[in-house]
Design a protein around this ligand. Sequence first.
Ligand code: FPP
Length: 271
Amino acid sequence: MVDLAQLAEPGSPDELLVRRLDLDRLPRHVAVIMDGNGRWATARGLSRVEGHRAGVEAVRDTIEASAQLGLEVLTLYAFSVENWKRPRHEIWTLMNLLKTYLRKELDSLVENDIRLGVLGRWRELDGSVVRALENALERTSDCGGLRLNIALNYSGRSEIVDACRRIVTDWASGGRADIDEATLDRYLYTAELPDPDLLIRTSGEMRLSNFLLWQVAYAEISIIDTLWPDFRRSDLFRAILEYQGRQRRFGGLEDRSGSSAAGAESDSRRA
Ligand code: FPP
């Protein structure tokens, strides 16, 4: 049950936005490419890492609002395999921001029943980051509310390669089976999770940047001009409103968006 007063201050512009949402037809899985931290900082005469620092508040508000709204899955793209090309200091800062975030917010994640997931080759990260992630995964493993995925050392192509490797390994140990789409799904980092219904990218860039390439096959895409550090729950609500105004046909002729909404039945809501 969504607690409106928690989600938005009574009488605020956010509350007006939330009231326009069809809560029976929310996306089950929202994925976000958080982009524009560097530009945000440069525009203010700050170093790029200040943009990442400011981006943490946007991360916090987005996670909190997603949990309060009752979304099933939120996936945030925090560090790609390609991001290793950045200066060492920037990479170091990003890893430290992640560790600090986990240290400060872990209790609150548990209190809010948020279960952490990590997508990517994250075990190749620095040992201190791996340990912080393992601890957070363990502490939140019994949480049954929002599933919060952080994509770290992630690449959509590598994910598919990793899935193929694991399939071949399983074959070699005698588990040979036909391969179909459902098989591959089970071997992805997102096994058992619904595909994203809505993919949000901030900063106006119109690229997928190697993010969830398999899973976004039928996602609705929302590109917004806001730079990530300025992103707040109001932007999330607006993206969901835009999503709810779209017709999802999955290659067919009728809107089937209700099929991805938890318990959504009503055609009248799909105007
Ligand atoms: C893209 O902006 C953003 C990133 C590569 C990092 C995102 C990380 C955070 C928001 C902070 C830490 C995350 C967590 C989960 C605590 P960019 O640097 O590519 O921006 P630009 O395109 O303007 O240069």
